[in-house]
Design a protein around this ligand. Structure first.
Ligand SMILES: Cc1ncc(COP(=O)(O)O)c(C=O)c1O
Length: 473
């Protein structure tokens, strides 16, 4: 009885490492184990414990450079330039911020905390853009004081708050205006409406009036319009539709002043499973640029600087999560007919270190990483250790039928939106993050300890402080 989804093909060789899914420097060694930058997963597990987020730092640098070059080349091909912001929400630590600074990329942050990480990582304030649909006054104050290069205005009240903050600080704050373009894209389709039903951005009809207000404010400098249409996008069409809608407004705005740039957000898709065929960034970037150029020609306006905010496409494929296998259960699926069995493989993490399957039904790929195996493929569901039946890390994939307790498995493409979305649900400690470069593994975020879990628990701290130290009064 077939219980695997239609998209999932039984792999011919479960030991094979598919370069389209795994970090560039991950290989299976001659003795069968996954190595990342030459370091075996068994050693990584022994040194840092599991669950463990591992980032192939050399791949991160290569991917970030490729994305930046591809977007810049596409912009140059239509006579303009590109500003590329790494979307910090995908994965941000001060170490990652320092890589962004070293790479000469810009950084998009979405909270005071992300701003603090960016600054501590040495990113030049002028290269930082601040997002958010409900920025606090304190976040606005910190961003203006730091001299961030752009704040993306998401509402009229925010326009007023940023203007008065900049005035109080005697600064001129560059701003963009986030527009609800009415385009929502995911993978192959996009939906175009009058206005998308969501919390971000301003209605297109309100934009001319708000830009007039920005232009009238001595302490604000208008850079241009912004739209972000979704995530995990494989096609250029949605970006082009959003660009058309924004450029039509831009043509009107240009009659009364400068509009130097157009920010089309992030959302470029990656491969999570063998069913995904994400396009090369070069080809999608070129299509978007050509769409923008054609629309500008049609409207008779100059091609603006193009800004983008890619997150997932830079960091996602560079990360893997290592888990140790615990309980394994063969569950008979009576409704599927006689003989239908699903192998439930429990690992030592779960929805607290990867919320995407439970949040978005996201699909992932898992492989046995601590050894190779010649056993037949068994359809598995990799589940976590939380008290939720929806605590699934990999809903459907194959592992060798001899998968057993204490094996280490690796889940691919967990660099984006896993560590950054992690939680302490069920009082699990959040895993460490290790970066591997030039054959060296370095801890960039240590794992949480039980003491960390209780650090904010007032009663626990009171008890701790009232205990006699070392048994003496
Ligand atoms: C405004 C904005 N820009 C950029 C991104 C990054 O998207 P991605 O990581 O899919 O490229 C997001 C993600 O939610 C976003 O909301």
């Amino acid at each position: 009885m077939a219980i695997s989804p239609e998209w999932l093909k039984k792999p011919k060789d479960l030991n094979h490492v598919d370069a389209a899914l795994w970090p560039a420097n991950l290989h299976r060694s001659s003795h069968g184990e996954f190595e990342i930058g030459g370091i075996g997963v068994t050693d990584l597990g022994a040194q840092f414990g599991t669950p463990l987020y591992v980032i192939d730092q050399d791949d991160f640098f290569a991917r970030a450079t490729r994305v930046k070059n591809a977007l810049s080349a596409a912009a140059e091909s239509i006579g303009t330039s590109a500003k590329v912001y790494y979307a910090g929400k995908a994965l941000l630590t001060t170490e990652v911020a320092s890589w962004i600074a070293e790479l000469g990329l810009n950084l998009d942050v979405a909270s005071g905390g992300e701003l603090a990480a960016a600054l501590a990582g040495g990113v030049e304030p002028a290269r930082i853009g601040l997002h958010g649909n409900n920025k606090s006054l304190s976040e606005i104050g910190r961003a203006v004081a730091a001299g961030v290069g752009a704040i993306v205005i998401d509402s009229e009240i925010e326009l007023e708050r940023i203007a008065s903050t900049a005035q109080a600080q005697g600064r001129v704050q560059p701003v963009r205006l986030r527009v609800n373009a009415g385009v929502h894209a995911h993978t192959h389709e996009f939906l175009a409406t009058a206005r998308e039903d969501q919390k971000f951005g301003l209605a297109r009809a309100d934009v001319p009036r708000l830009v007039e207000r920005i232009r009238a404010e001595k302490h604000l400098k208008f850079l241009g319009l912004h739209s972000h249409i979704g995530s995990q996008i494989f096609e250029a069409a949605g970006f082009i539709e959003a660009a058309k809608r924004l450029l039509a407004i831009q043509a009107e705005l240009l009659k009364f002043g400068d509009v130097t740039e157009l920010n089309l957000g992030g959302g470029f898709g990656i491969n999570y499973t063998t069913a995904d065929e994400a396009p090369d960034i070069e080809s999608i970037a070129l299509k978007i640029a050509e769409g923008v150029a054609a629309e500008c020609a049609q409207l008779g306006i100059e091609v603006p600087v193009l800004a983008f905010e890619p997150g997932r496409i830079i960091v996602g494929p560079t990360g893997v999560t290592l888990y140790t296998v615990g309980t394994i259960k063969d569950v008979a699926l009576s409704e599927e007919g006689a003989g239908a069995v699903r192998k439930y493989v429990s690992i030592d993490g779960g929805m607290s270190d990867n919320a995407r399957p439970s949040l978005y039904d996201a699909a992932y790929t898992v492989r046995l990483a601590s050894r190779s195996s010649s056993a037949a493929p068994a359809l598995v569901r990799v589940v976590g250790k939380h008290c939720e039946s929806g605590d699934i890390v990999v809903r459907d994939d194959y592992l060798p039928a001899d998968i057993s307790n204490n094996d280490i498995v690796a889940v691919a493409a967990t660099g984006a939106y896993c560590s950054s979305l992690s939680s302490n649900y069920n009082m699990l400690t959040r895993p460490p993050v290790v970066a591997i470069s030039q054959g060296q593994a370095r801890l960039i975020v240590r794992g949480e300890t039980e003491a960390d879990l209780f650090a904010r628990d007032v009663r626990y701290q009171e008890l701790l402080n009232s205990q006699p130290l070392n048994g003496k009064d």
